[in-house]
Design a protein around this ligand. Structure first.
Ligand SMILES: [Zn+2]
Ligand SMILES: [Zn+2]
Length: 295
């Protein structure tokens, strides 16, 4: 399977890029870097610690699942992850969670290792709806975020271990691996891939190729505009659409090679405020956001 480091030619871009083996470690490093100079530094640092815990769980899952990954092409149906695996990953995250609550959270729950099956199922299903763009994140609690972090681990392991066809991956509205929507798009830099646009799945972090200057939400090509926070975050822009009056964010590697859609999205909530004031609605879910941060 090709990884994002081995795109063969700019003429025929890889339609799908599987998540990197150190996906969560990279994201955690990026969050730590962003936190160093950010007014929301302690809040971003909390997520950096969560990502470090996700990386440990990811490596354990990847190791334990390597035997049952057979590399066969699977049908196009989204993968099904047993709730028991989410519960197991969740229990592995808990000992490594930051001891301090994220700033702004007044009640920091003492997470029990075990969760009842019915609570797990309910929170899991709600996260799935948010990841598919079928529900908004209002009213989420830290437990929902912990389940979402566990789901990201499970689905990204699955995305790495399941060889699937690239057919119809390009310009898809949803992730060709798991059917979720994108957290945003990354514009790659580097020889042979400079300028290529990939949407990144908010759940499994699979990236799929999309054309530039086109609204990924409604497929409109002529009405997108770009808004950014002048001078503050040059690597991030909001792509707004006057057809569907919504926006998603673009993350430019050429302006900052370490940009990470999930991490940099959290660091640029001020851009969401700016774009919201212009009348555009946020369309991309970030599973690490609870209620209110982007309001
Ligand atoms: Zn996905
Ligand atoms: Zn649109």
């Amino acid at each position: 399977m090709l990884t994002e480091q081995t795109i063969p030619t700019p003429i025929a871009p890889q339609l799908r890029l599987t998540p990197a083996a150190d996906l969560f470690a990279q994201r955690g490093r990026r969050l730590r870097q962003l936190a160093a100079t950010h007014t929301l530094g302690p809040w971003l640092s909390w997520f950096a610690e969560l990502c470090a815990a996700q990386q440990l769980a990811f490596e354990r899952q990847a190791g334990s699942r390597s035997d049952d990954a057979n590399g066969e092409t699977t049908p196009s149906a989204p993968p099904s992850i047993p709730p028991a695996r989410i519960a197991e990953i969740r229990s592995r995250l808990i000992p490594f969670l930051p001891t301090q609550a994220p700033p702004g959270v007044t009640r920091y729950p003492r997470f029990a290792i075990d969760i009842t099956p019915s609570e797990l199922t309910a929170r899991l299903e709600r996260n799935r709806l948010i990841a598919r763009g079928e529900a908004i994140g209002a009213g989420r609690e830290l437990e929902d975020l912990l389940i979402a972090a566990s789901m990201q681990v499970a689905w990204s392991v699955d995305a790495r271990q399941t060889a699937t066809s690239n057919a119809s991956a390009a310009n898809a509205a949803t992730c060709p691996h798991c059917g979720s929507v994108a957290v945003g798009s990354i514009i790659l830099a580097g020889e042979g891939r400079a300028g290529l646009r990939y949407q990144e799945c908010c759940l499994c972090a699979t990236r799929w190729n999309s054309v530039r200057a086109r609204c990924t939400l409604c497929d409109s090509g002529s009405v997108v505009q770009y808004l950014s926070l002048e001078g503050e975050y040059p690597a991030v822009a909001a792509e707004t659409c006057d057809q569907c009056h919504a926006y998603t964010k673009l993350f430019f590697q050429s302006r900052d090679i370490q940009v990470d859609p999930t991490a940099d999205d959290l660091a640029t909530l001020a851009l969401d405020v700016l774009v919201g004031e212009q009348g555009y609605a946020r369309a991309a879910p970030n599973l690490l956001l609870c209620e209110g941060e982007a309001a």
